[in-house]
Design a protein around this ligand. Structure first.
Ligand code: ADP
Ligand code: MG
Ligand code: MG
Length: 211
């Protein structure tokens, strides 16, 4: 269980992440319209709004103070409300992440991202480098594992920057997963919407967490 202070910072971070996704809706849809079917922003915004509703119900902080419970709830919300590829994939991500909090790992956030990605890769079939949200998530994990001796907030900041760089790097990548596979490389000049989405919510979470 998290301390009251930690739980409140986590709540602020999740709230900000969700608000940022709702604000990014049209931009992410625009990115998806060049690579897929133009709905990635709406899919993420739908999930974000459902999470905000859930947080409103969690007045006593029951949920935000228990990361494994929280991650499982986020998975259920993603599965139930989002639809699309990213709905199922976020469902897998949070389901995997939840196990990091139950098995007592020392570096739980790093481990949560690793286990979340592992489940997403197993059932989604994509790997880093395939032009998906994994190209924003994997640099986060890499950064956290390379900075273990550094202060937590500095690691968090570096991880956010890594996600942003990773998302931007998808511009140069060939799509090997999702709908973008069907689009000619000469047309894929924007970054992957799912990867940009990860950078958006992580940046907002960091800003609120450290405020
Ligand atoms: P769709 O409309 O194709 O059902 P979304 O628009 O909800 O899907 O999400 C598209 C995003 O999902 C992509 O930008 C990409 O980042 C991500 N994505 C697609 N396939 C995979 C996969 N197999 N693994 C990880 N991420 C994926
Ligand atoms: Mg789409
Ligand atoms: Mg779709």
């Amino acid at each position: 269980t998290l301390s009251t202070d930690e739980a409140e910072k986590l709540r602020a971070a999740i709230t900000a992440a969700c608000l940022a996704l709702t604000e990014a809706e049209s931009n992410l849809n625009h990115l998806d319209s060049g690579a897929g079917d133009g709905d990635c922003g709406s899919t993420l915004a739908r999930g974000a709004k459902a999470v905000l509703k859930e947080l409103e119900k969690d007045e006593c902080g029951e949920l935000v103070s228990r990361p494994s419970l929280l991650a499982r709830r986020l998975a259920a919300i993603a599965d139930a409300t989002m639809g699309g590829a990213s709905g199922g994939l976020y469902g897998l991500f949070f389901t995997g992440a939840a196990s990091a909090f139950t098995d007592g790992s020392e570096d739980r956030w790093q481990e949560a991202i690793r286990q979340g990605m592992a489940l997403m890769r197993r059932y989604g079939g994509a790997e880093p480098g395939d032009r998906t949200m994994l190209d924003a998530l994997n640099p986060v994990w890499e950064t956290l594992s390379l900075t273990q001796r550094e202060p937590p907030l500095l690691r968090f900041e570096k991880a956010v920057q890594a996600a942003e760089r990773g998302a931007d790097n998808t511009k140069e990548m060939t799509a090997r997963a999702g709908r973008a596979c069907n689009v000619s490389a000469s047309i894929l000049q924007h970054p992957d919407p799912g990867a940009v989405g990860v950078a958006v919510w992580l940046r907002a979470a960091y800003t609120a967490y450290t405020a």
